[in-house]
Design a protein around this ligand. Structure first.
Ligand SMILES: [Zn+2]
Length: 279
């Protein structure tokens, strides 16, 4: 069978994009290709083909993501974080799991479970909402755009927020649907790294704020009390080696552990989430 160059380029593009976004999606796409060829042969109607092909790929991808990938990742030393709400931990968005971006080393998972238990003793009902973790396989394969999330040792956790109208503590919710990009920025008189980094020419530092809708910022204010509590519990864990948050929040929340560092202007703002890493 002869494949036209334009079509070959299109297939290559799909493979590359799926690999960058989900790591395993590109390989699964290669496994799916014979199914696509079969659909082309069997279905004469072009509309039927246009529906059957993406649906069959999504089906194959979903089955692999929730059954085979977790089993294969285990020997590589990676386990999935909870997909639903388990042990007071949940993904902020299910997309993190659908895209296979929720894998960590077992030690990191156990550490977060322990902290989630401690958080619940202090603040009953609290759910830890995690953001991007790592892909299931291979050390050194970066989870773009987080270049350091490449070894199973890194996890981002959403800040805690409240409902402005009732002061109620919210769980599993953040003013940004994906957890990133709605910032608890520096107040007047606080150290202002976002400005300093922008002045140094690091355009990417505050980039997320420009693409993420900000309309929930006023209705979901930052819960400094619980955010301070979780960071304090995290730094107390022997397995935790580093935590990144913005310097102005470290001062404002009266946190002084040496484990809490500034990540540098080459990264992005960390006043919307906590970056945790283990040894
Ligand atoms: Zn991170």
């Amino acid at each position: 069978m002869k494949i036209k160059p334009v079509k070959a380029l299109g297939l290559l593009l799909v493979f590359v994009l799926l690999t960058i976004i989900t790591q395993v999606g590109g390989i699964l796409f290669l496994f799916w290709l014979p199914i696509g060829i079969l659909i082309n042969r069997k279905l004469k109607d072009s509309l039927q083909r246009k529906i059957a092909k993406p649906l069959s790929f999504i089906g194959l991808y979903a089955v692999a993501t929730f059954t085979i990938i977790p089993l294969l990742a285990k020997p590589f030393g990676r386990v999935p974080m909870p997909i639903g709400s388990t042990s007071h931990i949940q993904p902020l968005t299910v997309w993190t799991c659908l895209l296979n971006r929720h894998y960590v080393r077992p030690t990191l998972k156990k550490t977060i479970e322990k902290v989630a238990g401690q958080m619940n003793t202090a603040f009953p009902g609290t759910q830890i909402a995690y953001l991007d973790a790592n892909f299931p396989f291979m050390n050194g394969f970066p989870l773009i755009p987080h270049l350091s999330h490449n070894d199973g040792k890194k996890l981002d956790i959403a800040f805690f927020y409240k409902r402005a109208s009732t002061d109620e503590r919210l769980n599993g919710l953040a003013p940004s649907w994906m957890g990133y990009g709605v910032h608890e920025g520096p107040l007047k008189g606080e150290v202002n790294m976002p400005n300093e980094c922008a002045n140094k020419g690091n355009w990417q530092y505050g980039f997320m704020e420009r693409i993420i809708p900000q309309y929930k910022k006023e209705v979901m204010p930052f819960d400094g009390e619980r955010t301070r509590a979780i960071i304090s519990l995290l730094v107390a864990q022997p397995a935790v080696s580093k935590i990144f948050i913005e310097p102005h929040l470290k001062v404002r929340l009266r946190l002084n552990s040496q484990k809490i560092r500034f990540h540098g202007c080459q990264a992005v703002r960390h006043d919307d989430h906590i970056h945790v890493q283990i040894r």
